[in-house]
Ligand binder design. Structure first.
Ligand SMILES: [Zn+2]
Length: 439
């Protein structure tokens, strides 16, 4: 099969650094190993945090990627929240963009992530190359992600798209689905990029309204949150086009990996980031294909490199190789390690619920909270409030999912709580989560 854009891009990334010759997985790993050692030296020299953290660990003692996993400790989001400035490797005047991330209840402080101009450039380059699967020259893209500020995700994506010869319009997160659909009707848009549940809502409104029948897209990209396959299905059907998903987080420099046209998991940003999957309890690296916590190390970050940073996201590498490339892929990321409950042998997380809930035709969004006594409370946002989604529909949908047996055997109770009152518009900075109420 013809080599993909993405493969050529990763090859350029690693060969730009020094000649690694043939494009093989070994050569990619050699490149990453070398960049990891450079990153360790750089971070130790320039950041107070890593000077302390890596005390007594010398990069020249690390003789393989395995050795790296054995000897180098993790960096946690708590550490980043506690002392963000201690991570800085450059003087503050070299910082072009600071992102403040509010953290969940357990962490008091906000995480702050700093990027230099070069860091932003690497992300633009990733967006430029990752988007080649979705659009081509002269296409028009509507960006439904935050983009008001210099160096924001929308701004960087727009710049990447312009390098492809596309024009991009940044609208920001969707506040009114119908307005966006009207816009798609009027303007000649080829591709939309947005937050999964928001694009899902556009799809539901489009399918239920004749007026929007004529909207034709070439591709859709969903980013900024976990993506359930049920969401992909609804969007694919409504817009009758390929639906791609992207995985990333701010700490990665927004971008982490994107799907190729085979639509079967993320090809990772191997030139800039090294990924590991670990056992969240023991910290050991898991054998290829096992599910665990995603950990990453930045390879080219200037402002604020992160070494073995624990994302809290649950993921696994795919064991089969993609038709398009030798590049490894990561499977869809479905939720967070700490935000799941285990009943009998079944893990329940937001991803499991999403898969079932978003098959309900009249459902726009929902909120779920786990309560003592194995109860899941569910609030819904119905598309037609006059005929709201009811308990029966929810139970029927959930009975088809991995937790179906638990419900049938009454080991798990679904408590219907009616319509959601607070409807937060997701900015893509917060991911969907299963809430807990344990008292
Ligand atoms: Zn592929």
């Amino acid at each position: 099969m013809e080599r993909t854009h993405y493969e050529r891009w990763i090859e350029d990334c690693i060969n730009h650094d020094s000649r690694y010759g043939k494009f093989t997985l070994d050569n990619i790993r050699n490149y990453q190993y070398k960049k990891i050692r450079e990153t360790m030296d750089y971070a130790k020299k320039n950041s107070p945090f890593y000077r302390e953290k890596l005390k007594g660990i010398n990069s020249y003692d690390i003789d393989s990627l395995n050795d790296f996993a054995m000897k180098v400790p993790f960096t946690t989001p708590e550490e980043l929240a506690n002392k963000p400035l201690d991570f800085l490797c450059v003087p503050q005047h070299m910082i072009s963009r600071i992102v403040t991330l509010k953290t969940s209840g357990t962490l008091g402080d906000s995480k702050r992530v700093f990027f230099t101009e070069n860091d932003l450039e690497r992300t633009i380059d990733f967006f430029h190359n990752g988007m080649k699967y979705l659009v081509s020259k002269d296409n028009r893209v509507l960006i439904l992600m935050p983009g008001d500020y210099y160096g924001s995700i929308g701004d960087l994506l727009k710049k990447g798209l312009e390098r492809l010869g596309c024009s991009a319009l940044i609208l920001g997160p969707v506040e009114d689905s119908l307005k966006v659909l009207d816009m798609l009707n009027l303007r000649d848009i080829d591709c939309i990029v947005g937050i999964p549940v928001q694009i899902y809502q556009l799809a539901r409104f489009k399918s239920s309204n004749e007026k929007y029948r004529g909207i034709k897209l070439k591709s859709v990209l969903m980013s900024g949150d976990y993506v359930a396959k049920s969401i992909v299905k609804v969007v694919e059907k409504a817009f009758n086009c390929k639906v791609f998903t992207h995985y990333g987080m701010t700490e990665m420099g927004f971008g982490g990996g994107v799907e190729c046209k085979c639509i079967s998991g993320y090809h990772l940003r191997e030139g800039d980031i090294y990924f590991e999957i670990i056992n969240p309890i023991s910290g050991e690296v898991l054998p290829w294909g096992n599910e665990g916590e995603i950990v990453f190390t930045t390879l080219t970050r200037e402002g604020m490199p992160l070494i073995r940073y624990r994302t809290g996201d649950k993921g696994k590498f795919k064991t089969s190789s993609c038709k398009c490339s030798i590049l490894p892929r990561m499977d869809y990321v479905k939720g967070r390690i700490l935000e799941e409950v285990r009943i009998e042998d079944v893990n329940i997380d937001i991803g499991t619920l999403d898969e079932a809930m978003f098959t309900i035709d009249n459902l726009l969004d929902y909120k779920a909270r786990f309560k003592k006594g194995n109860i899941i409370q569910i609030w819904v946002k119905s598309m037609d409030p006059k005929a709201p989604v009811n308990q029966y529909e929810i139970e029927e949908a959930l009975k088809e999912s991995l937790i179906g047996n638990l419900i049938r055997e009454e080991k798990l109770i679904i408590e219907y709580c009616g319509e959601m009152e607070d409807i937060e518009i997701s900015t893509g900075m917060f991911k969907r989560k299963l809430l807990f109420y344990l008292f």
